[in-house]
Design a protein around this ligand. Structure first.
Ligand SMILES: [Ca+2]
Ligand SMILES: [Ca+2]
Length: 76
């Protein structure tokens, strides 16, 4: 009985960790030059699997960078 509970908890923690890793990194982590804007190069350099199409779709004001709001709305 107790053993089953431990296995369930362990699996639950593993599932949560996997979900967290699948999410995009923090804005400040990606923003290597700390200008509060993300370029596609900054995203690529931290391993965010983003295409130019996804990037320009997320870049709602079309200034070639993602601000915090644009980045939080992104769907990877
Ligand atoms: Ca930047
Ligand atoms: Ca933008």
């Amino acid at each position: 009985m107790l053993k089953h509970t431990v296995i369930a908890v362990t699996f639950g923690t593993f599932a949560m960790t996997s979900a967290a890793l699948a999410q995009a990194p923090d804005f400040s982590t990606v923003d290597a030059n700390q200008d509060s804007l993300l370029t596609i190069e900054e995203l690529a350099s931290v391993g965010v699997p983003i295409t130019e199409e996804t990037f320009s779709a997320a870049d709602t004001n079309q200034d070639g960078t993602l601000d915090k709001d644009e980045y939080s709305a992104i769907e990877l």
